[in-house]
Design a protein around this ligand. Structure first.
Ligand code: ADP
Ligand code: MG
Length: 248
């Protein structure tokens, strides 16, 4: 997957909402947490892609975001870098346990497939290297034992597919009450795969902080009506970002 930066200046960007912060042109301008900034350099990222230029200041400014951009445009770092920076600013503890013994992550990233969950957790490990953040991944179709052991060793950031996540929540292995950052990645694909009821159950869980108390970020390649409805239901005073031509 190569990113063609030459073409980027021609890509139309629409960014709307109340008091939208100015975009950044370089990672330095974003004021990422120091260790993260150096991990970004080590990853070979020289400059932010368009979705990153706009998403970073919006998310770092504490705003909810609905972002639409095509596959391969760099959406993963667009949410991981500001969320990881926010977590270090908030001060991540070690493992936060609830009375039930559940781990209580501060950041939850929900994505439709095992491949995507693995990719995101891999990026999260790379970016959070040498920080106190411990990303853990959970997905279905494989034994729960290893994943549960990893979660129980401490989990501030959980990347998960919807089914396995609900399973762990219902078994009180994962608690939602500490969540400050909720990311729904590939929202359109989650709906295509029939996950809307599970996602609604998750976001409507009694222990999930209300919108306005958590920061919610939705990413999608397309913006059909069902996604617009979800955004209306889950997001608070959000910024709407589209990069390129995005289909309904
Ligand atoms: P999307 O989620 O939008 O499909 P990804 O986040 O998976 O896209 O990014 C696609 C590829 O581009 C990945 O290999 C990623 O490491 C790389 N990438 C992302 N941002 C940058 C950047 N700023 N500079 C160089 N490579 C990048
Ligand atoms: Mg992606």
């Amino acid at each position: 997957t190569g990113i063609n930066f030459d073409k980027y200046d021609e890509i139309p960007v629409e960014c709307t909402g109340r008091d939208v912060p100015k975009f950044i042109s370089s990672f330095e301008e974003a004021n990422l947490y120091e260790t993260l900034a150096s991990n970004v350099k080590k990853a070979g990222y020289l400059k932010p892609t368009p979705v990153q230029k706009y998403s970073l200041p919006v998310i770092l400014g504490g705003r909810d975001l609905m972002a639409c951009a095509q596959t391969g445009s760099g959406k993963t770092a667009a949410f991981l870098l500001p969320v990881l920076t926010g977590m270090t600013r908030d001060g991540v503890g070690g493992g936060a346990f609830s009375e039930s013994g559940a781990q209580e992550p501060q950041a939850l990233i929900v994505t439709p497939t095992r491949e995507l969950a693995l990719q995101i957790s891999h990026e999260a490990r790379k970016f959070s290297h040498s920080t106190m953040i411990r990303p853990v991944v959970a997905y279905g179709g494989t034994s729960v034992q290893y994943q549960l052991r990893e979660i129980s060793r401490g989990c501030n950031l959980l990347v998960a597919t919807p089914g396995r996540l609900m399973d762990f929540i219902e078994k009180a292995k994962v608690g939602l009450s500490k969540i400050k950052y909720l990311v729904l990645d590939e929202a359109d694909r989650m709906l295509d795969m029939g996950f809307e009821p599970v996602i609604r159950r998750l976001v409507g869980s009694p222990n999930m902080p209300n919108k306005g108390e958590r920061q919610t970020l939705m990413f999608s390649a397309t913006f059909p009506e069902e996604i617009q409805r979800l955004a209306g239901d889950f997001l608070n005073d959000y910024v709407y970002l589209t990069v390129g031509r995005v289909g309904g």
